[in-house]
Design a protein around this ligand. Sequence first.
Ligand SMILES: [Zn+2]
Ligand SMILES: [Zn+2]
Length: 457
Amino acid sequence: MERTGSLPFGTDEILSDRVLGQSLDCSCGRDHRILTRKVVIEPGVADRVPEILPALIPGERILLLADRRTWKAAGDRLSEALGTSYSVECCMLRDDPTGHIHASMELVDELMAACTGVFDMVAAVGSGTINDLGKEIAHRRGIPCFVLATAASMNGYTSAIVALSENGLKTTQSTTPPVVVFADPSVLMKAPRELTLAGLGDLVSKPYCGCDWKIASLVRGEYHCPLPDRLLSVPFEEALEAFPRLADDDPEAVILLFRLLLISGLSMAVVGTSSPASGGEHLLSHYWDMTRLRDGRPLNLHGAQVGVASLVIDDLYRRIVELDFGRVRFAPNPSPDDALRDVMEIFGALAPAVWPQWQAKLEARTAEDLERLVGNEAAIKEEIEHTLAIGRKVRRALTASGAPIRAAQLGISSDELEAAIRHGRKIRTRYTVLDVAAELEALEAFAVHVGSGGASG
Ligand SMILES: [Zn+2]
Ligand SMILES: [Zn+2]
């Protein structure tokens, strides 16, 4: 068993068998098991899959998931390479006219019903959506899965959760992570730059999620573990210097981003929750996805929204650090009837899915929240100051790489931005900086300020 105190800091070592497939003994009191056993990033990797796979996953019957784009990018070659040593059934996912596949529980049910054969493993060839669908199908069937990644576009490859919507509500659920992640640098390089920049957007939420998680542990006594930070902080801050080179499609910068996204996924897998990589900024992004799906409007890439939302949260932190926490009095919750009416008015058809989340959040809220905020004011502000120092480098990296930094660049209107700030915290029970701001009576003014074109609007 590896002691986390002696953890290596280099990305190569973290993505090696010093960490992968290991149990890590941790100061948080838990043993963290890492179920992903191998990461292979090399040219022509698809051809080597049949040689590498047998030592990691037994069996020959593969259910291969791809869509027309990822089939062309890598699935075709993988299927050919698996050739005679494996029996492969391809499940081609249909995208909508905009090229989008919506990752939902309903689609997993459909695929489960359609792929009735007997399989030993699932192979997911693609990025976010296909990876999540592959993990979930394998998990439900109780068989392992592996991934052939096609873009450095998000951090879910190695995570033990899936982000799927259910009845229109964005949910994250536990699942089994892939045993192996394969990637061919030339395939990652050929992915549209927009996808790679979305990966950067997803990654740079890291300091904000970490800060939200820390605050939740101080205010709510939530479980907190130092391991995610130990894995990712140093490589992340070093890499911020390299990310401007993504603007020139620099291969080293793309591979570095991909490796860090894998580590970000691991940082969630080790603690079994998305907390290390999903805070208030993810709630803003989920809010946009949910309301746009409800209204039949086009969605943006997850990571592109998360990058923009991270800078919104950066501005919110900047405000909070200037507040005197002791100046406000505890405001009691609205009556359940009023709160329900409010949710129905704001969320319309989504209200039945949102209400249980908001109701549970209101019920968990007590006057102690404010007391603990005040009691921990200095520690919280110190944590935020540290986050804002990294945030300055994050803003520079996003700007220099050409990633979107304002909501308007993604076609998100100022009304949508304002609404997400005001209501995003209602869609999930997780305690984030949005709840902190509401408790300190600063959220409403911030929403109005951003909505009227201030800060990141
Ligand atoms: Zn731990
Ligand atoms: Zn994300």
